[in-house]
Design a protein. Structure first.
Ligand code: AVI
Length: 322
């Protein structure tokens, strides 16, 4: 039975879990994959051979270091290299190293929701690239961007890598890009990493690896509900399922209930009923081509200045301006 009286939620997580599991069809947001265990599983995904995205972006940075850093330095003077959702900074370190060795006047400003991630990044940079000035900001992209903007007038180069934009629906991506644009000056750059449309099988393999790491990552959202909201999901009774539509370029992840079952979520004081093979939609990972990117840029008032790709054209980094 669902509780239909007005419920007071203590956190957005509680509210979204309740709404998502009482909706039809059911859904949960992929932003909740990332607790400590989820962060670790995502690191494992990035290291898998099937997950070509990370290697492709890494190779773009390695093969085009000079051109990319020259673009960043084009206007001269001090600039802030801001990274939205920095993670372990592995790819960015290639650029940081090159900039620092060539005497660029810049400050690296990684933004991440997780202080844990930022501490790790700070420690590894202090060891590997001690000359790079770093200023970390914990928070959501916009809180942190706004704060950085208010406190500093330096030129900005904003990095949004790893096809993170692909986890947003087109409307959300446009809203996001518009908000980034509002914080940009004429001379600022947005450096955007996006996965490309390709052989559909390559995409399905990347999001449904045989070792089951992606399945564990997807199911981690249920484990989180168990741990944080007193849920009793039996994660083995759900199947990780991936589909890819080559026309729209949208990969979608689901958790599929293997049987009729009832799950109690203690903290929310409600029970979610699942029919056999009922789905919970958990994530989209959008794939793009130049036309989609041009359309997104136009809708959000940005212009594509140039782009970089890897030898197999699996992935692209676009440079955008206001
Ligand atoms: C973080 N994000 C860009 C990843 C992606 O490719 O959509 C998350 C992920 N989901 C499954 N595998 C990786």
């Amino acid at each position: 039975m669902h509780r239909h009286t007005a419920i007071r939620f203590e956190t957005l997580f509680e509210e979204e879990v309740y709404k998502g599991l009482t909706d039809f069809p059911k859904h949960l947001s992929s932003k909740y994959f990332y607790d400590e265990k989820g962060d670790k599983l995502f690191q494992d995904i990035m290291a898998m051979p099937e997950y070509y995205l990370t290697d492709a972006e890494f190779s773009i940075f390695e093969n085009h270091t000079e051109e990319i850093t020259t673009l960043f330095r084009k206007q001269g003077g001090h600039f802030n290299l801001i990274e939205l959702g920095a993670g372990d900074g592995k790819k960015t370190k290639i650029l940081l190293n090159h900039l620092s060795q060539n005497g660029a006047d810049f400050t690296y400003q990684p933004i991440d929701i997780s202080q844990n991630v930022l501490n790790g990044l700070k420690a590894s940079l202090a060891k590997e690239l001690p000359d790079v000035p770093i200023q970390t900001k914990q928070g959501t992209y916009f809180e942190a961007l706004n704060e950085l903007n208010g406190s500093n007038t330096s030129r900005k180069v904003i990095l949004f890598l790893g096809s993170n934009i692909g986890n947003l629906l087109h409307d959300q991506a446009i809203e996001f890009l518009k908000q980034v644009r509002a914080l940009m000056q004429e001379e600022d750059l947005l450096f955007l990493g996006v996965d490309q449309k390709k052989n559909p099988q390559t995409i399905l393999d990347a999001y449904n690896d045989k070792t089951g790491i992606t399945a564990a990552f997807n199911k981690n959202i249920l484990s989180r509900i168990n741990a944080e909201l007193g849920g009793d999901f039996d994660v083995d009774q759900f199947l990780h399922w991936e589909v890819y539509d080559p026309e729209s370029g949208t990969a979608k992840s689901y958790l599929v209930s293997k049987k009729e079952q009832t799950v109690t979520i203690g903290k929310l004081d409600f029970q979610a009923e699942f029919g056999p093979w009922e789905t919970i939609h958990t994530e989209i990972s959008q794939k793009y081509d130049d036309r989609i990117i041009m359309w997104l840029a136009e809708k959000s008032g940005l212009q594509v200045e140039t782009e970089f790709t890897d030898s197999k054209k699996l992935y692209k980094n676009y440079v955008l301006r206001k």
